[in-house]
Design a protein around this ligand. Structure first.
Ligand code: NAD
Length: 520
């Protein structure tokens, strides 16, 4: 598939490809004259310019989606289901193409890109069973001769605004269910890795989805605000950083929309002294440094209940020394196979410098830098946005390196004296996305799941992303709104219910005039 077009618009006066929108079932070059660079983070080179929509393009995208909705919402359940099955088959068959696009623009290693696609595919698979999940309920003879039943209808045009760190999976948390339920989706992807969304749009077309039901609107705040304020758009599903999530929630609610806005995180792993420290060290390294720490469910703080901290730090350090960092696309091993690193670069140089500044802050605040990833370079990729895995010990809980989300490969160890001290730290934080406890004590684990104020909990599992038939979402400043992503929450979010009370008149039971409130 060719996802980029050589632009003829003023948007691309440069010689790099232009990444445009997907409107009315086709690629559309932008005429806004505004663009943003899209990098290959492993090389630091600009690989394309992405369009930043102007108001006319936003209006056009939304109008096309409304037309798509009017067609699609009238499709029978059986026809809609066949399109979803076709999409699932095509996605599974061609996922290697999508993974290569993700790695080229995001930087994560190829196997991790495949992993995110498979987690998104789980939601597509759940959505193929939508007829069961959008069935209403029926109560026969609720009153004599009266039946009561409910219908679940689509909302109309729905907006999805996604972050850079999962350019395929996060949109797939929402659009398979939204489309299955009969809605039309306008997706505003991150401007940092916009091509995955266009690939998915082409796949929908191949699967037989009518034009206008899946639209990709490239852009920045202007495009987002266009969706938040449009009277046509009925709901907003957002994933990104906490300040923007809060803004999205407040603005979209003010404009009468249904909103689910998932924000940032600071996920703690509580390690009790009876835990298997090799399992803990493996888990901390996998969950702390996978995708270079750019996961909202990454572990960023290890709360070590003494006396385990010294042993644990030694085990984590040994494992860090063996990690291979490089171009996520891998290198030819010479025998025809591809050798893949464990970890790729960060998304931009600006973000890498921000991550680095948090290590400076931690050090200035008195933390010990056990493994230092600052200034890390990869041979042959000196301009890439790499940052080495970093391990900090004795991080003060007053330091901004502890209280704020770093979103990079930086693990902070905080030593605590007891389970209670660890629990209090987790519960006093402003985020509540994910957390994990490592222990062999079932009673302690059970107490933790009951007492911790966090939305997703792992017990000896470091990244507890729920499967598609449960729902994904945090507490506190990790989720604004009361609806989580996918699972039953997803079907509720993307449908609205009507309750019908019906009576077919039987002349013999005609009740005559009665102005009183209806009773059974
Ligand atoms: P971000 O908030 O910068 O951007 C997210 C989206 O909002 C993008 O599409 C972007 O174009 C748009 N946006 C950015 N600034 C805006 C503004 N001022 N007004 C309107 N729209 C704006 O987030 P990011 O850097 O792309 O992603 C990383 C963040 O996302 C991290 O905080 C991470 O924890 C969070 N995240 C959370 C989850 C979750 O499930 N809770 C999942 C993935 C990522």
């Amino acid at each position: 598939m060719s996802l980029t077009e050589t632009a003829t618009s003023p948007a691309a006066i440069t010689d790099v490809p232009h990444i445009g929108h997907w409107i009315d079932g086709a690629l559309r070059a932008s005429t806004s004259g505004r663009t943003a660079p899209v990098y290959n983070p492993a090389t630091g080179a600009v690989r394309a310019e992405v369009a930043l929509a102007e108001q006319a393009e936003i209006d056009e995208a939304i109008a096309s989606a409304q037309r798509g909705y009017e067609v699609w919402s009238r499709y029978s359940i059986a026809k809609r289901q066949s399109v979803l099955f076709a999409f699932r088959e095509l996605l599974n068959a061609k996922k290697g193409e999508l993974a290569a696009i993700i790695t080229a623009e995001h930087g994560k290693v190829l196997s991790d890109a495949i992993g995110e696609i498979l987690r998104g595919q789980e939601v597509v698979e759940l959505a193929t069973g939508f007829p069961h999940l959008i069935k209403g309920a029926f109560s026969e003879n609720a009153s004599t001769g009266v039946d009561v039943y409910s219908l679940k209808q689509p909302l109309g045009v729905v907006g999805v605004i996604s972050p850079f760190n999962f350019p395929a999976m996060v949109p797939m948390w929402f659009f398979p269910i939204a489309i299955a339920a009969g809605n039309a989706v306008v997706l505003k992807p991150s401007e940092k890795d916009p091509s995955a969304a266009l690939w998915l749009a082409e796949l929908w077309k191949e699967a037989g989805l009518p034009d206008g039901v899946f639209t990709v609107l490239q852009g920045d705040k202007l495009a987002v605000d266009g969706l938040l304020t449009s009277p046509v758009v009925q709901s907003i599903s957002f994933v990104g950083s906490t300040p923007i999530a809060q803004y999205i929630y407040e603005t979209a609610s003010k404009h009468g929309k249904r909103v689910q806005a998932l924000g940032g995180a600071k996920n703690h792993m509580l390690v009790l002294p009876d835990a298997d420290l090799d399992l803990v060290a493996d888990s901390a390294v996998n969950a702390g440094y996978g995708a270079a720490g750019e996961r909202c469910m990454a572990i960023s703080v290890v709360l070590a209940v003494e006396p385990v901290a010294d042993d644990l730090i030694a085990k984590i350090s040994e494992r860090i020394a063996k990690l291979k960092i490089g171009n996520g696309a891998g290198v030819e091993a010479g025998d025809g196979t591809l050798r893949e690193p464990d970890m790729g670069p960060l998304i931009t140089d600006v973000h890498r410098d921000k991550v680095s500044s948090y290590v400076d802050i931690a050090e200035a605040d008195g933390a010990t830098v056990v493994v230092d990833g600052r200034g890390f370079t990869v041979d042959g990729h000196e301009d890439g946005f790499f940052f080495g895995p970093t391990l900090l010990d004795r991080v003060p809980t007053t330091s901004r390196a502890y209280t704020e989300e770093i979103f990079g490969p930086v693990l902070s160890v905080v030593r605590v004296a007891s389970y209670d001290e660890g629990l209090d730290l987790i519960n006093s934080g402003e985020f509540g996305n994910g957390t994990a406890i490592f222990t062999n004590d079932g009673g302690a684990a059970r107490r933790f799941q009951n007492e911790v104020e966090v939305g997703m909990i792992g017990i000896n599992v470091p990244i507890p992303v729920p499967v598609a038939y449960h729902s994904f979402g945090g507490w506190k400043k990790s989720l604004f709104g009361d609806s989580k992503a996918y699972g039953v929450h997803g079907f509720d979010f993307f449908t609205r219910e009507k309750a019908v009370t019906s009576r077919w008149l039987d002349p013999a039971t005609h009740g005559g005039i009665n102005l009183g409130f209806p009773q059974n």
